[in-house]
Design a protein around this ligand. Structure first.
Ligand SMILES: C[S@@+](CC[C@H](N)C(=O)[O-])C[C@H]1O[C@@H](n2cnc3c(N)ncnc32)[C@H](O)[C@@H]1O
Length: 173
């Protein structure tokens, strides 16, 4: 879950980019979906968000309804590994915040889905260098691989913001 400075930074990016087609990979109970929806509602953008746990997705749906955001947000209940390859391209902004082991596998698909000038934001990208509890150590190699692939991609210009547990910001060039 993203909150505090990472959330503020991403909301600033939304203000700058003004994306109309947004994809969130990993909904949870919709905390950050709602936060993004507050920024984009003034210009009529849409968010597609993916969650595979039906109970969690139902809670997110209720939260969107309660905040009166249901018309702006589509929840897709399914595994991102199956859903993401089926999505339409030319997405303006992708927020990647799912099982960290999937980051390297999802990266090429995110690049394919983004329009040129579109932005990928990925949560927790400083896992390899922060003081992480041992129980999360298995997540370090996939994040490390993800970071290396982002840096090496000729299609991305990127940085890692050292806020929260790290947020990668990558622009498709
Ligand atoms: C970190 S939480 C998302 C938090 C949310 N983005 C926020 O900031 O409020 C990650 C979510 O991804 C879901 N998830 C994990 N693996 C998934 C997969 N393979 N397909 C779809 N959802 C998955 C989990 O159930 C969890 O709710």
């Amino acid at each position: 879950m993203i909150e505090g400075f990472p959330g503020r930074a991403i909301r600033n990016i939304l203000d700058i980019v003004r994306p109309t087609r947004i994809l969130e990979i990993g909904t949870g109970i919709g905390y950050f979906t709602t936060s993004m929806a507050r920024v984009i509602r003034e210009y009529g953008a849409k968010i597609v968000t993916i969650e595979f746990d039906p109970i969690v997705a139902e809670q997110a749906r209720k939260n969107f309804e309660r905040a009166d955001f249901s018309a702006m947000i589509e929840i897709v209940v399914g595994d991102v590994q199956e859903v993401v390859p089926q999505l339409k391209r030319e997405i303006d902004f992708i927020f990647l915040d799912v099982d960290k082991r999937l980051y390297p596998k999802l990266l090429p698909q995110c690049v394919l889905l983004l329009r040129r000038g579109g932005v990928l934001a990925a949560e927790d990208s400083l896992f390899p260098v922060i003081d992480l509890d041992r129980k999360w150590h298995h997540l370090i190699p996939p994040i490390d691989e993800f970071n290396r692939c982002v840096c090496a991609s000729p299609e991305l210009r990127s940085t890692i913001l050292p806020i929260g547990d790290g947020v990668t910001i990558a622009v498709k060039i």
